[in-house]
Design a protein around this ligand. Structure first.
Ligand code: ATP
Ligand code: MG
Length: 230
């Protein structure tokens, strides 16, 4: 098992390809201290999602090492690794059930008060209270009542409640209105506090707020720094 972690993450000279002789990442070195937020940017196919896949250890056939708190992730069980890593994907995963169950998905033991506190923290509480049955409103996997922005806020509440030390976020590309965008930015700030985070960033505001920006091109890091430096 992995003990509770601080959240230091190191990628050491990572080379990886989905197919032989076609590396998707080449010689990636990255040293991220606990609590830092890292924005991953670059053209389509540059390797952003691949970095995320390797952090979650979806593939073991890598050259180099992924280290969390100085421990090679291949030396711990997948279960314990993934209990420390929260993932919010682009196509926010909503399943059929109540809003409450959707929020406490990663923490089925969470009390109603905890669910509500998480929703309040990411500013989702108000829109939830406007749904026909509040937290008990049934939602469907596809389409229906929730907007893209609302789905995103639900997934933030879910991640906050699960409280992982390392958070991975593949930012939605869908266009949302300015007000929702602002609300999501605020919620994101709350969610990232005290966690190490890796965000595949599509919004300028997210990139600007990151502690570190990593620019990928054809599987290599071509630029690195904060918003002022780049
Ligand atoms: P996007 O902005 O489009 O999401 P990305 O930066 O996330 O792009 P990756 O998905 O990391 O890019 O892809 C990096 C390279 O690996 C690309 O050349 C891509 O074609 C290839 N690739 C990605 N996933 C697979 C896979 N499952 N099997 C084979 N090749 C893959
Ligand atoms: Mg991608």
């Amino acid at each position: 098992r992995m003990p509770d972690i601080r959240g230091d993450v190191r990628l050491e000279n990572i080379t990886f390809g989905y197919e032989l002789d076609r590396p998707a990442l080449k010689g990636i070195d990255l040293d991220v201290k606990a609590g830092m937020s890292v924005a991953l940017v670059g053209h389509t196919g540059s390797g952003k999602s691949t970095i995320i896949n390797l952090l979650c250890r979806f593939y073991d056939t890598i050259e180099g090492r992924v280290m969390v708190d100085g421990i090679d992730v291949r030396d711990v069980t997948l279960e314990s690794l993934r209990s420390q890593i929260g993932i919010v994907l682009q196509d926010t995963f909503i399943f059929s059930g109540t809003i409450r169950d959707n929020i406490r998905y990663g923490r089925p033991d969470a009390t109603d008060a905890e669910v509500e506190a998480a929703a309040r923290s990411v500013r989702a509480h108000d829109f939830i209270m406007h749904l026909p049955d509040g937290y008990d409103t049934e939602v469907q996997e596809r389409g229906n009542a929730l907007s893209v922005g609302q789905r995103q806020l639900i997934s933030f509440a879910r991640a906050l409640l699960a409280d992982p030390k390392i958070l991975i976020l593949d930012e939605a590309t869908a266009s949302i209105d300015t007000e929702t965008e602002l609300r999501i930015q605020e919620a994101l700030g709350t969610l990232l506090e005290g966690r190490t985070s890796f965000i595949v960033a599509h919004r300028l505001s997210t990139i600007r707020n990151a502690d570190r920006i990593i620019v990928l091109d054809h599987g290599v890091i071509v630029e690195e720094g904060n918003h002022e430096e780049l």
